[in-house]
Write a protein that binds this ligand. Structure first.
Ligand code: FAD
Length: 302
């Protein structure tokens, strides 16, 4: 209740106050800050995935601008020798306005990444986008095989069925590459599992299916229980190091993160940056009031 009230008040709070907690999770506004954070993570033997903030745009001019920024980001991060790849949200290129325009922009970005022998991960957004994003991925995967991956959300009731469909998808010698996360959007119970334990159970079922079907798994979670269970599955299926990695968000559970790295597993951190940090932070908080408790901790228990 209190969390919800706080979350609703957030967009009206001073930007500087919001920045106080956001800065833990966001590298900054510009490419230089993104580079700085990425270099520091690389020094700790951690790879990154770079994300330019922005989503659900309202006109196609923004899509063009976002594409140009991504092209510049790929140039800069590659030139600086950053160990990492890139993530993007299709609604930032007009997915819900004009699917063909969106496809062409993302195609151009992936072509640039492929030219640099790099990789683009398509983030998964709310449930209205899932079918379209899966189709977009399939089309791009056929053309760019090893240079594109997708996110799968364990909280969706449909996910195991989607993975089963994918197991028949021609991989052209490059495994399907999925990041498995719980899912961040607030969805109705007809669409998504709501119970915490149920989501965990489905996460592990999906992960096991991915290992059984030789899909590359980006194990994206800060849930210690899931990390330990994932390690058991890796052992059970003797999954080679080339077929999985752990992924976490910048600023979240750094102790768990370093314990995984110390145990010799590959780790990648999602590094968001950009001018849209304020809208991003407040929207996320309104969508998911549970996050408000993280803010209270960040504000008062630093
Ligand atoms: P939780 O049970 O939520 O968290 C476990 C513990 O981690 C918590 O108890 C808390 O201590 C800590 N924690 C978790 N989140 C935070 C936080 N923000 N601040 C402080 N502490 C925290 N979701 C999508 O829907 N689509 C995507 O494309 C997507 N991409 C992602 C990429 C990465 C690399 C990661 C790590 C997550 C991504 N997510 C995405 C978000 C994901 O779906 C979950 O909402 C989020 O990771 C929290 O779930 P959890 O597995 O960490 O478990």
């Amino acid at each position: 209740m209190f969390n919800k009230m706080l979350a609703n008040l957030l967009p009206y709070m001073p930007k500087k106050l919001i920045w106080l907690f956001s800065k833990r999770y966001i590298a900054g506004e510009g490419i230089d800050q993104g580079l700085e954070v990425s270099k520091k993570l690389n020094e700790k033997n951690i790879e990154v995935t770079i994300d330019l903030l922005g989503e659900f745009i309202t006109n196609l001019e923004q899509a063009e601008e976002n594409k140009n920024q991504y092209l510049e980001i790929i140039e800069r991060f590659t030139a600086e020798g950053i160990q990492g790849n890139f993530s993007l949200k299709p609604t930032m290129f007009g997915l819900l306005i004009d699917q063909e325009v969106c496809y062409q922009h993302i195609r151009e970005i992936i072509a640039k990444a492929a030219e640099k022998n790099n990789f683009i991960r398509i983030d998964m957004e709310d449930s209205q986008c899932v079918d379209i994003e899966i189709e977009l991925f399939k089309k791009l995967k056929k053309e760019f095989s090893g240079h594109v991956g997708l996110v799968i959300q364990a909280y969706l009731r449909r996910t195991l069925e989607d993975l089963t469909d994918f197991s028949n998808f021609p991989s052209n010698g490059y495994p399907l590459n999925f990041r498995l996360c719980k899912g961040i959007y607030v969805e109705p119970k007809q669409i998504a599992f709501k119970d915490y334990e149920e989501v965990r159970k489905h996460y592990l079922e999906d992960l096991e299916f991915m290992f059984q079907n030789k899909m590359y798994a980006g194990i994206a979670t800060h849930d210690k229980f899931l990390v330990e269970e994932a390690l058991k599955l890796i052992e059970k299926y003797q999954v080679p190091q080339t077929m999985y990695e752990f992924q976490m968000l910048y600023g979240v559970t750094p102790e768990l993160r370093s314990s995984i790295v110390k145990r010799g597993h590959k780790m990648r951190v999602y590094v968001p940056f950009g001018k849209q940090w304020f809208n991003y932070s407040t929207r996320r908080l309104k969508e998911n009031p549970k996050m408000a408790s993280h803010i209270i901790k960040a504000l008062f228990f630093r």
